[in-house]
Design a protein around this ligand. Structure first.
Ligand code: ASP
Length: 609
């Protein structure tokens, strides 16, 4: 037997028992004639004491960091106890030991605050995984997965595997493709998500499906994206949006309870996409703090439902506001006494290329009810007061105003809102606030591709009240660069996102299940009948055989884990992640393949091209 106990379990109650432990040498410390060793395994660290009698043997077989060691001995009470670790009251008085394997000197120290940089730890990920901090993250990941499985199982969901080698139908992101040797010249694609398969399972009558599943997207890697990532993927039939929202509120609340022991009993707030964009400048607002945007001016095509408040700023001959497409303000609580230096710093911050604003206007709402602003020349006290009232500012607040092109300015005010909240400590990682964002636009204009795309995916149903509008209209796709040029630009999707602390953690939709509507949708995206048939003939065909109404959702499992773990980075919660260039630097992938493999695949590689 290699071990009788783990390195994390012995206590004072075990004193005098004879035990065998096996693990890795964390540290070796010599004190005169005796030697202390910290032995580590997955469960903890236990102190070993090698007495003088073993010195000869230790000299013949010196121990080094990360050696794999087996020891036999008795449990003793320690004279100087270590309250920081659960085994800190005892140590093992070693009687005999055996080196099971040696170790090269590790390239970084295997400790919580390691001296290893990112790339080095990635290269030796198997060593990095020995660190307690990384292990804790993987344990949390396992706990989240287990909790989700338990909940879904108890609610009658079936875990059904769907294939990884599928057909390439790039819609959102680029597909990873896999050449087929047996079908020369043809390729599989790795799934971006099991979307069509889970819908087919609904047609098959498996009314509650889930899978914790890998998805693959060949996207340019923005920070903290992985080319392969994991989703908790779910689908249900005979459901409306409300059924889905309730079922998956249950899932997330259960995970909070199981993993964090948090009773999330409050009602989860809901807001429409338009409200989110109006009030927070983005579609995944962090609502742990209630600073909302005051829309002073914006182009009429942006969100057709809102009135401009430009009367408040017009007629003052202030060119910056007059010439801007959009003017937006936020009131920052308790910051009216910001010094010149502080407001200058904020101005510099919004001028950074990532934010891209030309400047920042501020109004101080002084505690005594007076106002002082950077635009006093243009706006008298009365006008400043009117703006402050519109911005919901109280005495003591600092109003920050940005002006510029719509999209950039709205994004900038949203970033500034988050930046100020961080500064004021309003975004505590231990606070959790969930939110549903509903009623997304069905379509979205893709500048890069110069075309209209489905905002969620092309299987998403319009709002029930707008289905007739879609079926009865004959869409004409123009080369529309403006929002309203698409005949369906105002159609809202029966789609929802779950947002946690400013991160989208899940998203889904009620699906189209009628062939006719699905064809309309494909056509609206510019796909002719032949292309529809080639790419999605299987789905259109299936819809003819009794497809039930259905809908679903997928949660970003890695992201959910990282937020619950209080970390910004999903990489920390993936055992073997890729780096920012999509490389696994440990196994050195991707890599070239042999000439023979190319030959078998009948692929000619022209490296000159
Ligand atoms: N397949 C979708 C996604 O990956 C989720 C869903 O609609 O269920 O985002």
């Amino acid at each position: 037997m290699y071990r009788t106990h783990t390195c994390g379990e012995l206590r004072l109650t075990d004193v005098k028992t004879t035990v065998t432990l096996a693990g890795w040498v964390q540290t070796v410390r010599k004190f005169g004639s005796i030697t202390f060793v910290d032995l580590r395994d997955r469960y903890g660290i236990t102190q070993l004491l090698f007495s003088e009698a073993l010195n000869g043997e230790l000299d013949a077989n010196p121990l080094g960091r990360e050696f794999v060691l087996q020891v036999n001995g008795s449990v003793n009470e320690r004279s100087s106890k270590n309250a920081n670790i659960p085994t800190g009251d005892i140590e093992i008085n070693v009687v005999s030991f055996k080196i099971l394997n040696k170790s090269a000197v590790p390239p970084f120290s295997i400790q919580d605050d390691t001296d290893g940089g990112d790339e080095l730890r990635m290269k030796y990920r198997f060593l990095d995984l020995r660190r307690n901090i990384v292990k804790k993250n993987l344990e949390l990941r396992y706990a989240v997965g287990r909790s989700a499985r338990n909940y879904l199982h108890e609610n009658n969901f079936l875990d059904i595997e769907t294939p990884f080698l599928i057909k390439s139908t790039p819609e959102g992101a680029r597909d990873f493709v896999v050449p087929s040797r047996m079908n020369s010249g043809q390729f599989y694609a790795l799934p971006q998500s099991p979307q069509t398969f889970k819908q087919l399972l609904m047609v098959s009558g498996y009314d509650r499906y889930y899978q914790i599943v890998k998805c693959f997207r060949d996207e340019d890697l923005r920070a903290d994206r992985q080319p392969e990532f994991t989703q908790i993927d779910c689908e249900m039939c005979f459901v409306e949006q409300e059924d889905i929202l309730q079922t998956f509120e249950g899932l997330v609340k259960r995970i909070f309870k199981d993993v964090k022991n948090i009773d999330y009993s409050e009602t989860i707030q809901r807001m429409t996409w338009e409200e989110a964009m109006w009030n927070y400048g983005n579609d995944k607002p962090d609502i742990r703090f209630d600073i909302a945007i005051c829309n002073l001016k914006f182009p009429s095509h942006t969100f057709p439902t809102k009135e401009n408040q430009s009367a408040l700023i017009d007629g003052a001959s202030f060119g910056v506001f007059d010439d801007a497409e959009t003017v937006v303000a936020i009131a920052i609580p308790g910051c009216s006494e910001y010094t010149r230096k502080q407001t200058d710093e904020l101005t510099e911050w919004v001028k950074r290329p990532q934010i891209g604003m030309k400047g920042l206007v501020f109004i101080k709402c002084n505690a005594d009810g007076t106002f002082k602003s950077s635009v006093d020349k243009f706006y008298n006290e009365e006008k400043l007061k009117a703006i402050a009232t519109a911005a919901n500012a109280k005495a003591g607040d600092l109003i920050l105003i940005l002006a510029g092109a719509e999209e950039r300015t709205r994004k900038a005010i949203s970033d500034l809102r988050m930046y100020m909240a961080d500064k004021l400590g309003l975004r505590k990682p231990t606070d959790f606030k969930l939110l549903w964002v509903l009623d997304f636009p069905l379509f979205e204009y893709d500048e890069e591709g110069n075309r209209w795309v489905a905002r969620h995916h092309p299987f998403t149903s319009p709002k029930p009240t707008q289905i007739a509008e879609m079926i009865n209209n004959n869409p004409v796709i123009e080369n529309a660069a403006e929002y309203l040029k698409h005949p369906y630009a105002n159609i809202k999707a029966n789609a929802y996102d779950m947002v946690l602390n400013g991160n989208e953690i899940g998203g889904g939709s009620i699906r189209i299940f009628q062939r006719e509507l699905q064809e309309k949708m494909f056509a609206a995206l510019g796909m002719d009948a032949a292309e529809q048939q080639h790419k999605f003939g299987f789905l259109l065909g299936a819809f003819e055989y009794g497809a039930p109404p259905h809908g679903g959702i997928a949660f970003g499992f890695d992201r959910l884990c990282s937020i619950l773990g209080g970390s910004e980075s999903i990489r920390d919660f993936i055992a073997f992640p890729k780096n920012n260039s999509g490389r696994d630097v440990m196994i050195d992938a991707p890599s070239t393949i042999d000439a023979k493999q190319f030959e078998e695949l009948q692929i000619k590689l022209d490296l000159k091209a």
